[in-house]
Write a protein that binds this ligand. Structure first.
Ligand SMILES: Nc1ncnc2c1ncn2[C@@H]1O[C@H](COP(=O)(O)OP(=O)(O)OP(=O)(O)O)[C@@H](O)[C@H]1O
Length: 220
């Protein structure tokens, strides 16, 4: 479903060009799950941003569902990503003026993929049914992150990208959120790529990769 080949990315800095990704090869299939680990500054978020289309790569190839992203128009790329990729960040990025149900449905509505029954199912699975009329500020951190997971899944994506999704949560809330994230990705058959610093968080995922000096290596 996702195939990166020889992806490179450098940033211009006052000290000169900084090569962050130096030939990344990676494949991810439906139902697969992968932890992306590495020191702070090793390029984990940069790689995720390239896959999500939040930034451009310098060279290499990025194929998603059999299509070379670089060959699609900006609009087609944006549509593909809006419809097929769900993003979850450490900060929840919920809309303060929308209640739980409206936040959950937001991306799916924008992508033209809203399904009432699927949203109800997600609310139920995420333990948010009783809270549907509340606003984000009336939720705990764990509840907010569960809602952000629901929003990403509401679109029925092929790929979920999660950047330290439990980084802002205490241990107990983190555990619940992770279990739900993995269970729902599994039930829905979508691939999951998760950035984490924690070996314990990475352990249940099918594969673990480490970024070092711009290169990606699988941990055995
Ligand atoms: N827009 C930018 N301009 C210049 N340098 C950048 C830019 N974005 C990221 N970098 C640099 O690229 C490197 C990789 O950053 P990135 O955020 O991908 O690391 P990370 O592995 O996700 O780190 P962390 O675990 O701390 O979140 C860092 O040295 C960072 O300073």
């Amino acid at each position: 479903m996702l195939a990166c080949r020889g992806l490179t990315k450098s940033f211009a800095t006052p000290q000169g060009s900084l090569t962050v990704l130096d030939g990344i090869n990676l494949e991810l299939d439906h139902g697969d799950s992968l932890a992306l680990m590495g020191e702070s500054g090793s390029g984990k978020s940069t790689l995720m941003h390239l896959i999500a289309g939040l930034d451009d790569f310098d060279s290499g190839s990025l194929r998603f569902n059999g299509r070379e992203l670089g060959q699609l128009s900006e609009t087609a790329q944006a549509r593909l990503r809006r419809e097929r990729i769900g993003l979850i960040f450490q900060q929840f990025h919920l809309v303060p003026s929308l209640d739980v149900r409206a936040n959950l449905a937001l991306q799916a509505r924008l992508a033209g993929r809203f399904d009432d029954a699927w949203c109800d199912h997600l609310l139920e699975r995420l333990g948010l049914t009783e809270l549907t009329g509340r606003y984000p500020e009336q939720l705990s951190g764990g509840q907010q992150q569960r809602l952000a997971i629901g929003r990403a899944l509401a679109v029925r994506p092929d790929l979920l990208l999660a950047d330290e999704p439990t980084g802002n949560l205490d241990e107990r809330a983190a555990e619940t959120v992770l279990e739900l994230l993995m269970a729902l990705a599994d039930e829905h058959g979508c691939a999951l790529m998760m950035i984490t610093h924690s070996p314990a968080v990475a352990a249940p995922l099918r594969r673990r990769y480490r970024l070092t000096h711009g290169r990606l290596a699988e941990e055995t």
